[in-house]
Design a protein around this ligand. Sequence first.
Ligand SMILES: Cc1cc2nc3c(=O)[nH]c(=O)nc-3n(C[C@H](O)[C@H](O)[C@H](O)COP(=O)(O)OP(=O)(O)OC[C@H]3O[C@@H](n4cnc5c(N)ncnc54)[C@H](O)[C@@H]3O)c2cc1C
Length: 422
Amino acid sequence: MSEFDIPHHHTVGVGAGPANLSLAALFEAVAPHRLVLLERRPAASWHPQLLLSGVRMQTSWLKDLVSLVDPTHRLSFVNYMVSTGRIYALINAQFNVIPRREYQRYLAWASEQLDGIRYGVQVDEISYGEDVGFSYVSDGRTIARSDHLVLGLGSVPYVPPGLSGIQGDDAFVPEELAARLPAMDRAAPVSVVGGGQTGAECVMELLGAGFTDITWLGRRPWFQPMDDSPPANDFYRPAYVQFLQQVTRETRRRLVEGQTLTGDAITPGILQAIYQANYDGMLRLDRYPLTMRPGRDVTLAERDGDGFVLSATSATGHEKVAARYVVFATGRAFAPPPLAPALTELIDHDDAGQMIVDSDYSLRWKNADRNKIFVQNRARFTHGVADANLTLLPVRAATIINSLFEREVYTVRDAEPSVVWG
Ligand SMILES: Cc1cc2nc3c(=O)[nH]c(=O)nc-3n(C[C@H](O)[C@H](O)[C@H](O)COP(=O)(O)OP(=O)(O)OC[C@H]3O[C@@H](n4cnc5c(N)ncnc54)[C@H](O)[C@@H]3O)c2cc1C
């Protein structure tokens, strides 16, 4: 590709997960063909390796890519269901929350109808020049340029340093469980480390697959369910995001840290399913196939013969747990932004080394008045717990679009909330 053939776009989004798909859907309605998404996966998919048996969404289907700001948009979830002919079947199945597989299919259906998604493009580096804007390097070549950039990179599995040393065929992250399951010995001891939703889903998968010696270790004092109550859901409203913008950074961080269990916790339905499967297993085996060890901070994982030993601290001191297999459901970290060092230097960072995100999700940086950089799903401590999940996707996308086009293209309505925050 010669210099003259490199396409120049108004805006490039890196990543085509739900965050940037929502942006693309709303963009299309106001500025068709001006946004391109670059996605490293070969085709549309959403956490495909974590689609374990029977997994459910944690959020309502009303929280789709578009409806909260544009319910007449053709890419609404309801339109998807009607067009597949499954709407009546879905209603009659009376799900509290829909299967994750259905949401993934919805995303794939929406992606098919959006122009400008380029799959199989791993963006290795994004650089900047005042004369050309942002340049995207993939596989050693500059493949696109743009005036503006939206990072929608999502997250990657995280294993703490003390545990990561044993990773391999028999000690792995949840993304590998489905592939490794067929070769695993059902009678051998298996430990799942991590007391969140993904840990719970792995435990359920192992119980369902007939494992008879499972240990589940979690750091929290008990395997805590998600608070999905009405007051907890008030944190997932535009009014609350706006309120957070008015308080100091320190206060924001303190408030947001206290809200973790409203999103980053286990759905009550799967906890009930685990307890029931464990009870059924006990009736079969005369002992429980699953032992739960909450309040354990697993600090070290070491090899021991054919298996492993996990060292944990607990309320009563230290303990060791032997395992033939270990699943590390130990959380997720931001996917690293592929920004060239020279561009990173132009971006303002806070004392903790995090990029500073403004109220419109833009980054503060040297040339922000000409070329904007937005980040999706990276502003938990400025925009609240909703930023890390799907609940306010279209609201965030609308805010970005309004900022990019410097007018109120979309109106975000959250009228007269009954809670007065401050
Ligand atoms: C298993 C699971 C289930 C979840 N369920 C829910 C739920 O029910 N409700 C809820 O509110 N939240 C849920 N979440 C949390 C969150 O909403 C999701 O992680 C969501 O996918 C975030 O969307 P995203 O677009 O920001 O990131 P992602 O969906 O992770 O998408 C990011 C995309 O960017 C691509 N990418 C990254 N780096 C590059 C690069 N350098 N070049 C090109 N492409 C790149 C990736 O391949 C990926 O496709 C869940 C999370 C997980 C892990």
